[in-house]
Design a protein around this ligand. Structure first.
Ligand code: GDD
Ligand code: MN
Length: 384
């Protein structure tokens, strides 16, 4: 049976006052920001010039900037409806910000670029033409092909970037000169096929995307020269390198075992060693009683574990200030219960004579660490 769609639309249209129809954008620019107040107006002005004639929109994904970036974006968006702001609280990370920005938009083509004007916006029309007229899924702004460059990067940073690029090849399914690039344009359908497998850790969204795509993406690189930051400061710090390693690990072992759990367990192992060292020192050097030494060792190891997990395992949800202290208390409570479970299970297995002492010990430790990990991830480092 054919539905008479035309007439039902006509009836609806007659009942309501006529509203002008406006087609949606063909291109969404997703721009992650953290304290970029001085750059956003300049960037929007440049986008307006280079993308004349293109139906575009820009989404700034702001991780709770404290410098008034959002006020600036909202001021721009009142003057120009193509500009929007997505405000995230209690989360951090360039990649996850870009992913959420892409998911909050509808255009069939999406570009990701930095807010600080280091990426050359003049490349955007060529990227767009490439995706519209040629059989590609992805166009990458590349610094490592003929015609591209690193601008005034010092040798050390260039070396680190080169090393990161070589490491990235471990997980990539596609040949690419500049997988570290944070400047690219992609077809939404290609992104949608990859997004469920993405790790969304750290800074390197392109590595994540290429490694997560179920089939190799058809990609083209276009050269550009990495420019100087317009104003403001870089967010690149030691944790960016750490998060990159976590991303690579997640791409390699993530389908089998969560990397966070591995990190949590390694930190736990470090805690056991720290516990024994402190216990030995307290007993033999400070000559404290066993009970006091054991209590001291357990308390310090717990604080150490909490701090390490907060920096390394949960670097994207790091607790600060008061939240750090509250987190320490909930972590101690969670681990206390885990400890009881560990000893209880091990005791039960050992007493029932069904297993040897070491099997009972391992089973208790496994139950305790899974409990600690699972519960602390939803209580101590809960997502906001
Ligand atoms: N929302 C959000 N959350 N934005 C962030 C975060 C975050 O945690 N961290 C950084 N940003 C934003 C910055 O505000 C900026 O707009 C952009 O991401 C890039 O950050 P920079 O701190 O300027 O990075 P960079 O210049 O060192 O690194 C750039 O170069 C790399 C090339 O090696 C980035 O473009 C990378 O994506 C690129 O791969
Ligand atoms: Mn930058």
């Amino acid at each position: 049976m054919a539905l008479d769609v035309g007439s039902s639309v006509a009836v609806g249209a007659a009942a309501e006052p006529a509203r002008p129809l406006q087609a949606g954008p063909e291109l969404t620019l997703v721009i992650p920001t953290m304290n970029e107040r001085g750059n956003v107006a300049e960037l929007v002005g440049r986008l307006d010039r280079v993308l004349a004639g293109v139906a575009w929109e820009a989404i700034f994904v702001d991780d709770d900037s404290t410098d008034g970036t959002r006020d600036e974006v909202r001021r721009l968006s009142l003057a120009d409806g193509r500009v929007r702001c997505l405000h995230r609280i209690g989360r951090r990370g360039l990649s996850s910000a870009c992913i959420e920005g892409i998911q909050a938009s509808q255009a069939p083509l999406v570009a990701v670029m930095d807010a600080d004007l280091q990426h050359d916006e003049a490349l955007l029309p060529a990227m767009l033409a490439c995706l519209k007229h040629e059989p590609y899924d992805l166009v990458v702004g590349s610094r490592y092909i003929e015609g591209g460059g690193l601008g005034d990067w010092n040798k050390r940073r260039a070396n680190i970037s080169g090393l990161a690029t070589r490491l990235g090849r471990l997980v990539l399914k596609t040949q690419i000169a500049d997988p570290m690039s944070g400047f690219f344009m992609i077809r939404r359908d290609a992104f949608d096929r990859a997004v469920r497998s993405m790790s969304a850790v750290g800074f390197k969204i392109l590595v994540d995307l290429l490694a997560s795509s179920p089939k190799p993406l058809r990609l083209k690189e276009l050269p550009y020269e990495f420019r100087l930051r317009h104003t403001g400061e870089s967010k690149l710090d030691a944790f960016v390198a750490w998060e990159y390693l976590v991303l690579l690990a997640d791409k390699l072992i993530g389908p089998y075992i969560p990397v966070r759990f591995v990190l949590f367990s390694i930190v736990g192992g470090v805690g056991v060693v720290a516990h024994l060292v402190i216990l030995g020192l307290a007993l033999n050097i400070a000559h404290l009683s066993f009970a006091v030494s054991q209590g001291l060792a357990a308390g310090l190891a717990m604080i150490g574990n909490f701090t390490l997990n907060n920096f390394l395992t949960y670097s994207d949800r790091r607790l600060k200030g008061w939240d750090f202290l509250k987190g320490l208390v909930t972590f101690a409570l969670v681990c206390g219960v885990g400890y009881a479970g560990n000893v209880g299970v091990a005791n039960y297995l050992f007493a029932s004579n069904s297993s040897s002492w070491w099997l009972a010990g391992i089973a208790g430790a496994a139950i305790g660490s899974v409990w600690n990990y699972a519960v602390s991830s939803v209580v101590t480092w809960k997502r906001k």
